[in-house]
Design a protein around this ligand. Structure first.
Ligand SMILES: [Zn+2]
Length: 327
């Protein structure tokens, strides 16, 4: 989906423009039948506007005065048009072009800069096409069941799994979502599988997407695949999306095939994101020790130094859920 998103969005904008063009045509037709005088005025205005635009190519005596007269005529006609519309019970802008977004006039761009409405469209499109909407129906805070976490302490952990999630992880995550636009923090969720890391990542994704932030979700495997495309196919659209989204969720770090290429590209990518202050949430089933053994020092020093670390532990929730279903 990511690959063709620009084309998709540009289609959305042309559909909006086509719709507004044809709506305007209909309104003009209606007015030409009901108040023909308005259409006459519009034709006169159009003619004067052309005169105005070609004036600089023409030889005119007393150019200043001519220009002033022309502008006055146009203004008078516009006033007359408005009066006619209003006195006939129509809104003043009934025969003007409407825009869904007046800032960019439904083009998505102001100059070469993307308009704010562009990003909103991107979020919607991404949400719809990524099937995230289906996953996120169940993976959200409403369905987050704290009772799956045991209240008894095990091993060396200072807190029970339940207190860890309830007192440390959830409050921090809630704060993160609340202050999302003003913080630059990256999060690293690590710990054994089935402890709710992906579930919680999805909850965060849903909350932020609903607020209009662009959250991109990739598994580590997807990311390596994407980095290859960026490198070898010069896919700058994809690169732009991965680098500039509001939050990149990178799930299951450690499950991807680790090669010299993947290591060096992953490092470059990570570094770029950090330098650009673009937020990431990475989750991994590996312990910090295993991460250190798997990745180079330059990668782990960034992960451990630039990410807020959250350790997940406890029994495998998926096993627990299955077990309670069988009972
Ligand atoms: Zn706009």
């Amino acid at each position: 989906m990511i690959k063709g998103y620009k084309e998709e969005i540009s289609k959305i904008y042309s559909r909006i423009r086509e719709y507004e063009d044809s709506a305007l045509k209909k309104r003009k037709l209606e007015i030409s039948e009901k108040i023909p005088e308005v259409s006459n005025i519009e034709r006169k205005i159009a003619k004067f506007c052309i005169d105005l635009s070609v004036l600089s190519f023409k030889d005119v005596d007393n150019r200043e005065q001519y220009l002033k007269d022309l502008r006055e005529k146009i203004t008078d006609l516009r006033v007359k048009k408005s009066e006619l519309l209003v006195s006939n019970g129509y809104p003043i802008d009934y025969v003007s072009r409407n825009y869904k977004c007046t800032k960019c006039k439904d083009t998505g761009y102001i100059g070469s800069k993307q308009c704010t409405c562009y990003r909103q469209k991107l979020v919607k499109l991404y949400y719809k096409n990524s099937h995230l909407d289906i996953i996120l129906k169940n993976n959200n805070f409403e369905h987050f069941n704290i009772n799956y976490y045991s209240s008894s302490r095990t091993g060396e952990e200072p807190k029970s799994p339940r207190r860890n999630i309830e007192e440390k992880i959830i409050p921090d995550v809630m704060d993160y979502i609340k202050n999302f636009s003003s913080v630059n923090t990256n999060l690293l969720f690590y710990g054994n599988s089935g402890t709710g890391k992906t579930f919680l990542s999805n909850c965060i994704a849903k909350d932020l997407l609903d607020k209009g932030f662009l959250v991109i979700y990739r598994t580590a495997d997807d990311l390596i695949h994407d980095l290859k495309q960026i490198k070898f196919e010069n896919n700058s659209t994809l690169e732009d999306l991965l680098l500039n989204c509001d939050l990149l969720i990178l799930d299951d770090l450690g499950t991807e095939q680790i090669t010299d290429f993947s290591s060096s590209e992953f490092f470059n990518f990570l570094n770029k994101k950090l330098l650009m202050n673009k937020k990431m949430l990475i989750s991994s089933n590996y312990s910090l020790e295993k991460l250190s053994k798997t990745y180079s020092e330059r990668i782990t020093s960034r992960l451990f130094g630039n990410f807020k670390l959250f350790k997940f532990y406890g029994e495998d929730i998926r096993v627990k859920i299955n077990f309670s279903r069988q009972k």
